[in-house]
Design a binder for this molecule. Structure first.
Ligand SMILES: [Zn+2]
Length: 351
């Protein structure tokens, strides 16, 4: 079967069992041919069930697109029907391709999967949700890259056996969060096991490879929701607090503070990701404003910083042994999204 351009929504394009001719020789060539956020259907051996995977919700996170392109080119027949949702086609197409998380002046698509579905991104999110509601998949993955480098992990709002089994197709680290941000993974609330996969850095070959291998496991197994079949034992990190930087604060990544910035991290701070940091290990430096430029958000409310960080002679130390992750060295992400997440060294919540 070849491409059938049936549009049930003018916001989305549709591909059915696309042929290698439709896909182009590379993922970039395929992206160049995509005109809108795109829905791809691939018929499986068991036509009574469907699994879904979204990716490219952030236009600069290519692992899922690269994996999907490779998998489609290889013309696999999946165990069950597959529904693929390519969200951020518009930002991804802005030259140089795959460099924009979202449109300039646009919204973050992965914060728009809830009322009031604001702006163009909200309309796209609503159209993608309508596709899911129509097809009723047995589970949903949303494949991303982290902003820096670092190991892969999964994120979910529920950590039951089905969610752990899904995560284990890609990684043994599962972050469970009660935070609600309007992300697609909140589709779990519709009783459809949903897991976000952060494959590692967008420039990392091993992240692309992991996305592909995980996709092969996801599409080729009769059962992806039973833990007995899980690839790895999953290590669950519960309810991390989210440490945010004040919008007006400045951050630098240097080996020593210049005195100009409110916060200074060493350039290799990312190596702390998922490691345990003990209270005697310095993380970075604060300026005159101290820790007042940071906010810790847990369970949708602000918490005190004292249980997380402390300052001694201008240096920042953990207040207790912590496991931190999603530490970024991208100052734009640090300011617009979040600086890092943290749990106790045991994986339990700090609050
Ligand atoms: Zn992302």
């Amino acid at each position: 079967m070849d491409v059938v351009a049936v549009s049930t929504s003018n916001l989305l394009d549709y591909l059915h069992d696309p042929s290698p001719r439709t896909l182009g020789r590379s993922a970039l060539e395929w992206l160049d041919r995509l005109r809108k956020p795109t829905v791809v259907h691939v018929a499986g051996r068991d036509r009574s069930r469907t699994r879904a995977m979204a990716t490219l919700l952030h236009g600069n996170e290519p692992s899922g697109l690269l994996a999907l392109h490779r998998w489609l080119l290889e013309q696999h027949t999946p165990e069950v029907n597959m529904l693929f949702l390519l969200g951020g086609v518009y930002p991804a197409k802005i030259p140089p391709a795959l460099s924009h998380r979202q449109l300039p002046y646009g919204l973050d698509l992965n914060r728009c999967f809830r009322q009031p579905f604001k702006g163009e991104e909200g309309a796209i999110a609503r159209a993608l949700l309508a596709e899911l509601q129509r097809v009723k998949p047995e589970c949903l993955l949303d494949v991303h890259n982290t902003s820096g480098t670092g190991p892969a992990f999964a994120v979910t709002i529920t950590s039951d056996a089905a969610h752990q089994a899904l995560a284990s197709l890609f990684t043994n680290r599962l972050v469970m969060t009660d935070l609600r941000l309007g992300a697609l993974m909140e589709y779990s609330e519709q009783e459809v096991p949903t897991v976000t996969i952060e494959c590692g850095g967008s420039q990392e070959e091993q992240a692309h490879q992991l996305a592909y291998e995980g996709l092969v496991r996801y599409t080729s197994r009769a059962d992806v929701l039973s833990q007995e079949k899980a690839e790895w034992d999953v290590n669950v990190l519960r309810n991390p607090i989210r440490v945010e930087l004040a919008p007006e604060a400045t951050i630098e990544y240097r080996l020593a503070p210049t005195g100009q910035a409110d916060l200074t991290f060493p350039p290799d701070i990312e190596r702390r990701n998922f490691g345990v940091v003990s209270p005697d290990e310095p993380l970075g430096w604060v300026g005159e404003k101290g820790l007042s430029i940071l906010t810790a958000i847990g369970h949708n409310r602000a918490e005190t910083m004292e249980q997380i960080l402390r300052v001694k002679d201008g240096q920042i130390y953990p207040a207790q042994a912590l496991k931190a992750f999603m530490i970024t060295t991208n100052p734009v992400i640090a300011k617009s999204d979040c600086l890092f997440y943290a749990v106790k060294a045991t994986g339990e919540p700090i609050f």
